[in-house]
Design a protein around this ligand. Sequence first.
Ligand SMILES: *Cc1c(COP(=O)(O)O)cnc(C)c1O
Length: 483
Amino acid sequence: MYKLPAQGLDHDQLFQNLEDYRQNDLKWRGGRAFAYVYDAGKAAEEVGKRAYMMYLSENGLDPTAFPSLLRLENELAAIALGHLNAPADTGGATFTSGGTESIMLAVKSAREHARATRPQITAPELVLPTTAHAAFHKAARYLGLKVVLVEVDPTTFKPTMADFEAAFTDNTILAVGSAPSYAHGVIDPITPMAAFAASRGALFHVDACVGGWLLPFFRELGAEVPPFDFSVPGVTSMSMDWHKYAFAPKGASVVLYRDRALRQHQIFACSDWTGYTIINNAVQSSKTGGPMAAAWAVLHHFGHEGYLEAARRVLETTRQMAEGIEAIADLELLGKPEFCMLAFGSKVVNVFHIADEMAARGWHVQPQLAYKDHPQNIHLSIHPGNVHLVEPFLAALAESVEAARALPSSPMAAMLKDQVAAMDLSDMSPEMVQGAMAMLGVDGAALPERMAGINEVLNVLPPALADRMLTIFFNQLFTPAQG
Ligand SMILES: *Cc1c(COP(=O)(O)O)cnc(C)c1O
C-alpha cells in the first residue's frame, strides 16, 4: 500500500506532485464545461480564494471564540433572507457546506417538529416530485422518513396538483417543490403546492439551491419568474447554494426558515459527555471558516449590480442556446427552461453518443438517464464562463449529432432491456455485478473513455439495480492506493 514518506518532501517536489495529479481532471477553465464549476471569471475566483485562505484556520466550532464567524454568518443570513422575502422579524438562516447539508437540515427540522407537534405520526412521510433533487432521498434514508413520489407531467416536467394532492396521507410531514429542478430547469407550481401542504398541516420546503440566488435578478431583468420564495404563504423553509449561481467557492449554502422557532429543531446540543459542551447549528462541528468568508467576499465583490450583469449575460446566452439547439435537426428541448439551465433529448439520435462526441471535441456536457416516461437527455448549466462560446458550442453540437448518427447502439443494453424485468435482483451477488461491469469495460479502477455503452446499460436497468451496481463500483473505486 501507498505509505507516508520517511522524510518530508521538499516543497517544490510536493507541489509538483499535486500539480501532476490534476492532469486528467475536467478542464473547466475556458468555459467548455457545462456542469460542476460555475465560473464567473478570474476576479471572482481570486477574491474567493483570498478570503478562503484568510479564514482557513479559524474554527466555526465555537462562535463565541471566533465572533468574526458569527458576524459573517449573521450578515449572510440577513442577505439570504432579504433576497428571498422572509419576514424580517421571524426569519432565520444557517450557513451550511452545500445544498445536501441544507436539505438534510430542513428535513431533520421537519422530522423533529412533527415529533413534537404531531406525536401520533410514527412513520413520517416526505412528498417529493420525481424531479426533486436526490439529496431529499438521501435525507430520507439518513433520517428514516418514507419517500412518497409524485410523477411529473412528461411535457412540462412539473407535478400536476391532482397528483401532488393524491400523494398526501395523514403521515405527510413535509412536501417539496423546486425552483427550479436541476434536471430540466423548470419551476414547480409553488403557490398552489405550498397552499395545499399548509391545508394538510404539513411543512413545505422550496429547494432553490440552484435557482434561489439568480431568479430574483432574472425577474428584475423582466423575465417571467413566478413567485417561489417566502412571499408565498405556506413556504416554511428553503435552501439556496452560494456555491452555484452566487459563484462562491464550494462548501457554501444556506438553509432558511420563515420562523426561527422551526430552526430550533435543527440545532444539536449535547452536555452528556465528559468533554467540552457541544452546540451545533449544522452537521459539522469543527469546521473551517474559509467557505463562509469566501462566500461573503464574493457577494461583496459583485454587489447587486455585478450579479444583475452576470444574470443578464447568462439569461441571454440561455435563450440563444435554446434556439440554437432547437434549430439542430432531431434535437428537442425538454420542457420550457425557466432558468439558465436546460435539457435536450432526441427521438432519433443516441444522446449518450452525442455526449461522448462532444467530449472528444473538448466539451463537457452532462448526460441524464431516462426515468420512466422521461427520455434520456443532455443537461447544460449555462454560467458566465461559457457565455462567449455559443457559436462554437452549437457548431460542435451539430457535428457531434452527425457523428453520433453513425454509431451503433449497445447490444448489451438491447439484450438487457428485455431481460431485466424478469430478473430477481435479490440474488445478484457483488461478483455477478462485477462480472457485468467488466463486460462493460469498467475494470474497477477507472471508467472507459467513451461512456455511451455504460450509460445505455444504466439507462435500461431498474433504479434499484443501477444503484446496486453504482454502489459496488464506488466501493471498488475507493480502495487504498497501491505501491
Ligand atoms: C445542486 C443541487 C442540490 C444539492 O446541492 P449540493 O451542493 O450538490 O449538495 C440540491 N438541489 C438542487 C436543485 C440542486 O441543483
